[in-house]
Design a protein around this ligand. Structure first.
Ligand code: ZN
Length: 376
């Protein structure tokens, strides 16, 4: 019930461009484009998928900015008519397909803006997933910061006390007196730091970023898929509505994401499994899976990231015979990143709020012609 979630959020006026009509490529074009996408995925070493509300509409969860989206209708004083309970919604063909593509080694990482928990419930492992806006099936201990999977959606929205206490897991004890809060970000909240760090680095290292079901209007999430462009990486966008970054895309496919994933998986020889309760950690009895990102995971990718980006920059400097395509700001950004990690090491307790960058809707236009101004 996206509405319950939406109603729980604080008032926020700037919700971006809403209700732009959807576009559909004809069948033959869809075939050709899916063939192209499958070829690119096959030929890439580091494919990163970026998902938005559009991948959950076939599960009965309304999106936000589509013609029948929650914010589009809110503007007219209406509410979506199709709206299943979050714990009754099931992972879609896209969720199950992504899990299969990850397991087959075609996809390295998935970055989601969705809070519906369907990636988790598809059985996709935590190490392959960044959840930038939270997950309603996760609670976090305010004392030890560990995250736990819940069997039901959290009763609250916006990082409030759920009434539960720190659970611990089979292998680790609960901390004493740790209250749990929901893990659903409100507008003003900072993004979860480890999720964002991993998302940032994977998006940059990607030789192919693929966006599924998002208009890319929310920042920083919506700008992450562009991060690999400076190093020659590709961008593919699969969405029914125009998106903020269509102009920068090397491929844009306009049809249902389930259709695209089905066609692409088939071409790659990957079978999409059906959803079963057995793969869904929210159905475990007892439900006790820990969902915390281990700090070592971030550190280890950071090493690879620093090394690779340094090499890429060197190559670009050499290759560009001068500095025509080399921007100062990239160096700044890279140095900033290094400093940030050092700072964390020096002050381990600071930033205990596990957060860094606030989510905002960029008020850029989604129309093809005008989306550049506030770009990256
Ligand atoms: Zn705790």
């Amino acid at each position: 019930m996206s509405c319950n979630y939406a109603d729980g959020l604080s008032d926020y006026q700037n919700k971006g461009v809403l209700g732009v009509p959807e576009i559909f490529d004809d069948e033959e074009t869809v075939e050709q484009k899916c063939e192209q996408l499958a070829k690119w995925i096959q030929g890439s070493k580091h494919v990163v998928i970026h998902t938005g509300a559009g991948i959950s509409t076939s599960a009965g969860i309304p999106d936000f900015r589509g013609p029948k989206g929650v914010w589009t209708l809110e503007k007219k004083g209406e509410k979506p008519s199709v709206n299943v309970a979050f714990d009754e919604a099931m992972p879609t063909k896209t969720h199950m397909g992504l899990k299969a593509l990850v397991e087959a080694g075609f996809v390295k990482y998935v970055i989601s803006q969705n809070i519906d928990g369907l990636h988790l419930r598809s059985g996709l492992e935590r190490k392959y997933l960044a959840e930038l806006h939270g997950n309603m099936f996760i609670e976090q201990c305010i004392k030890c910061r560990r995250q736990y999977v819940r069997s039901k959606p959290a009763p609250t929205v916006g990082k409030k006390l759920t009434g539960e206490m720190c659970k611990g897991t089979k292998n680790s004890r609960a901390c004493r007196g740790g209250n749990l809060i929901d893990n659903i970000l409100d507008w003003e909240h900072d993004l979860p730091e480890s999720d964002l760090d991993l998302a940032f680095m994977h998006s940059t290292l990607a030789d192919l970023n693929v966006c599924l079901g998002t208009t890319l209007q929310i920042v920083p999430s919506g700008n992450l898929p562009l991060r690999n462009k400076r190093y020659g990486g590709k961008l593919a966008i699969c969405n029914l509505q125009p998106t903020k970054h269509d102009k920068k895309a090397d491929l844009k496919i306009s049809t249902y994401v389930d259709t695209i994933i089905e066609k692409v998986a088939k071409r790659l020889g990957v079978e999409i499994p059906a959803y079963t309760k057995e793969v869904d950690p929210t159905k475990d009895e007892p439900c006790s899976l820990e969902w915390t990102i281990p700090t070592e995971e971030v550190k280890s990718l950071d090493k690879q990231y620093s090394k690779t980006v340094r090499e890429l920059m060197k190559n670009r400097k050499k290759g560009s015979s001068g500095s025509s395509s080399f921007k100062e700001e990239e160096v700044d950004e890279f140095e900033f990143k290094c400093k940030k990690f050092k700072k964390e090491k020096a002050e381990p307790n600071e930033g205990d709020s596990a957060t860094t960058t606030t989510t905002k809707v960029e008020s850029g236009e989604v129309k093809h012609e005008q989306h550049d101004a506030a770009g990256e």
